[in-house]
Design a protein around this ligand. Structure first.
Ligand SMILES: CCCCCCCCCCCCC/C=C/C(=O)SCCNC(=O)CCNC(=O)[C@H](O)C(C)(C)COP(=O)(O)OP(=O)(O)OC[C@H]1O[C@@H](n2cnc3c(N)ncnc32)[C@H](O)[C@@H]1OP(=O)(O)O
Length: 242
């Protein structure tokens, strides 16, 4: 058609403008989100340090930070949305497994079973998560602002080599400590007969969750190793689509 070329150019310009506005909005949101999350995990770190200095014990530490932890860890679900709508270049599956396993640890294990809240393993994963998230969110923030100090980049793509296995150890030991209480109380379980004719045993569900670390953790860890090679050593990595 006679007018198609001109219209195409106008359309192209409009599309480009729309894309720019969209990406400016996405960058503004991500910057706000990452600053808020860095601040949240810094507040958690300060609260844990203050508690330990004042009380000299880990007993009661989880209770004292539970609200803040639940809020910021649950809010991280937004990250699955970021991947799904494509404003960050990350796999929905990798992020989903990471975030859901954390939320499961917080709500369905640590928060639900008071008797295990003072376990050393709880402190272990809390400390590990806190260091990881302060590093990770400050990395994203500085990266978005194009002022990324090298030590933050280094920390983001090196600390996980030690922190990931430590975090997983803390989580697995905590679930293991929960098992006897879950078995005794029958919590979150449904026994037959019941009106739905369905049986569910949370005790075995926890055992399956523990076993699922065997195939899932190496995938997350090797994903991070690939990211490390890409970011620190500039290797071009071709990842499979979700
Ligand atoms: C339902 C019950 C289930 C029970 C069973 C569960 C079994 C689970 C088994 C596994 C359990 C694991 C438990 C985990 C424990 C711990 O966390 S221990 C502590 C140590 N942890 C870590 O070190 C975590 C490391 N892992 C990750 O960081 C994750 O893999 C990740 C969160 C999914 C991040 O991966 P990815 O996004 O691919 O890497 P990046 O390099 O950081 O990002 C890629 C690009 O995307 C950009 N980006 C991502 N997020 C943002 C953001 N919020 N804002 C801005 N930009 C973002 C990032 O900048 C990169 O972009 P480029 O720079 O352009 O490449």
């Amino acid at each position: 058609m006679a007018y198609s070329e001109e219209d195409g150019t106008v359309e192209e310009k409009e599309n480009n403008n729309k894309k720019k506005t969209k990406s400016a909005l996405a960058t503004a949101w991500l910057t706000f989100y990452n600053i808020a999350m860095t601040a949240g995990w810094l507040v958690l770190a300060m609260a844990m340090i203050r508690f330990y200095i004042q009380k000299g014990t880990r007993k009661g530490l989880y209770r004292s930070i539970a609200r803040t932890l639940k809020f910021f860890q649950t809010f991280a679900l937004v990250e699955v949305g970021h991947c799904a709508i494509g404003i960050v270049r990350t796999s929905v599956i990798v992020t989903g497994v990471q975030v859901c396993s954390r939320i499961f640890m917080v709500w369905f294990i640590t928060n639900s079973i008071r008797q295990i809240q003072n376990e050393e393993s709880v402190i272990l994963f809390l400390v590990v998560w806190t260091i990881t998230e302060i590093t990770r969110y400050s990395y994203y923030t500085f990266n978005l602002l194009h002022h990324l100090p090298y030590f933050i980049k280094w920390a983001r793509y090196n600390l996980f080599i030690v922190l990931y296995p430590l975090g997983v150890a803390g989580e697995l030991l905590t679930i293991y400590a929960a098992l006897p209480f879950v078995r005794r109380s029958g919590m979150y379980s449904m026994r037959l007969p019941n009106k739905y004719n369905v049986s569910f045993d949370y005790y075995y569900c926890l055992i399956i969750a523990m076993l699922s670390y065997i195939p899932l953790f190496p995938q997350l860890f090797f994903h991070m190793l690939r990211q490390r090679r890409r970011v620190l050593h500039g290797e071009v990595i071709v990842e499979k689509d979700d």
